[in-house]
Design a protein around this ligand. Structure first.
Ligand code: SF4
Length: 396
């Protein structure tokens, strides 16, 4: 069904809403602007402090790829940058995000920095802001430094708005976004059940759409989804092999659909398209900007920000154990150096602590056939381990 402006209308709120929003994300954004008269800020990476943008009545829309072959980025970005950041730039060059009123990058990896710079130069948006979020978040100076940078960002956003952002404005942004994190955590908690009432693909849709849908509307849909689950939803996932996904950005529905068609269920993840983006709530304090700085420094880290201590490893292991994952699919976007540096030690760490792993290198369009063979073989080894136990000589 289409609205007056020809935009695809959102179906009844519930678990199906998220797939609809994912598949019609640009329609949703245009329809939202038309309906609310408010502005949209393109966000490069999940470290963008949404609370400040939301406080000003705008929403952030995370820039995502289109999972389609493209031939438009070569003149702008080197082919050795990760396919995700090139796919994102291609979406911009093809005009898919022409509804942006501004763009913001919170510094994370150099690949995405390249996408942002090229976008600024070759696509443009009403305004652009580079937020130098510290990479060494473990440094004792990181939070004070970042609070200072957030104050500059807030002042910049106030210039765009033509008015000051009050503590009440910030509290409103903090409240709606914290509620979103809480509801997503609640959904993830259901996945601990022996028979998870939601699939990994459905949860990917829920988590990723939170990165571009108005949080107050997303919260309504999450509440409806929780009601569906509480009403006894059963999707027949009992007895399947429980897996987790770990690594670079991954919002490939075809891949998750394939893996879950082989008798496996993805029950948890450690990825920026998933749990990393919402895992920890902001802890309110009088100094709102310090609270925001602390929240983004405390969240489960991207490898770009996880040193000198590798806090990700015990975090990932904890997730695997708490959600009962029998194995992990470790994913790297091709050429993604931040994750590449982690993959070998992380796999060893997981294997040595009882979580078998399989490694897959992702691209903008993934080879589902060959990946199916890899995942099937991995599931076979896990099933055999279940049957015969882990034979130390590594036969299985
Ligand atoms: S996938 Fe890796 S290289 Fe690409 S944007 Fe994310 S962290 Fe950067």
């Amino acid at each position: 069904m289409h609205s007056a402006s020809g935009v695809v209308a959102t179906p009844e709120l519930g678990i199906g809403t998220f797939q609809h929003w994912y598949e019609n994300r640009h329609d949703y954004a245009r329809e939202w602007k038309e309906r609310t008269g408010r502005k949209i800020v393109g966000a490069f990476c999940t470290y963008v402090p949404e609370e400040i943008v939301y406080a000003g009545g705008m929403i952030t829309v995370r820039v995502l790829g289109g999972h389609e072959p493209q031939d438009v980025t070569e003149p702008h970005i080197f082919g050795m940058y990760c396919p995700f950041c090139r796919d994102c730039l291609a979406q911009g060059l093809k005009g898919r995000y022409d509804y942006f009123d501004g763009i913001v990058l919170a510094h994370s990896c150099l690949h995405f920095r390249q996408t942002y710079d090229s976008w600024r130069l070759h696509i443009g948006a009403g305004f652009d802001y580079y937020l130098p979020m510290p990479n060494q978040v473990q440094s004792p100076h990181a939070r004070t430094y970042y609070r200072g940078e957030l104050a500059k960002f807030k002042a910049f956003m106030e210039e765009q708005l033509g008015r000051e952002l009050s503590d009440a404005d910030l509290d409103r942004g903090i409240a709606v976004i914290n509620e979103n994190r809480r509801l997503l955590r609640q959904i993830y908690e259901y996945r601990k059940r022996p028979n998870p009432p939601v699939t990994g693909l459905e949860c990917m849709y829920m988590a990723i759409t939170a990165q571009f849908v108005d949080k107050s509307e997303h919260n309504q849909a999450l509440r409806a989804a929780i009601a569906e689950i509480e009403a006894g939803r059963d999707v027949g996932r009992g007895g399947t092999i429980r897996l987790m996904t770990v690594g670079s950005e991954n919002d490939d529905p075809d891949f998750l659909n394939m893996a879950e068609s082989l008798g496996a269920t993805i029950v948890i993840d450690d990825q920026c398209a998933g749990s990393r983006s919402f895992w920890n709530e902001l802890v309110p304090q009088a100094d709102r900007l310090q609270a925001i700085a602390d929240r983004y420094c405390d969240r489960p880290a991207c490898p770009t920000k996880d040193y000198p201590e590798r806090t990700r490893f015990p975090h990932v292991l904890g997730l695997a154990r708490d959600w009962g994952a029998q194995g992990a699919i470790v994913i790297q976007q091709k050429f993604c150096d931040p994750h590449e540096g982690d993959i070998k030690p992380l796999r060893e760490y997981l294997e040595n602590t009882g979580v078998p792993t399989v490694f897959l290198e992702f691209d903008a369009t993934n080879p589902i056939g060959p990946f199916r063979i890899r995942v099937e073989a991995f599931l076979e080894t896990l099933r055999n381990e279940d049957l015969f136990g882990d034979d130390d000589d590594g036969l299985f």
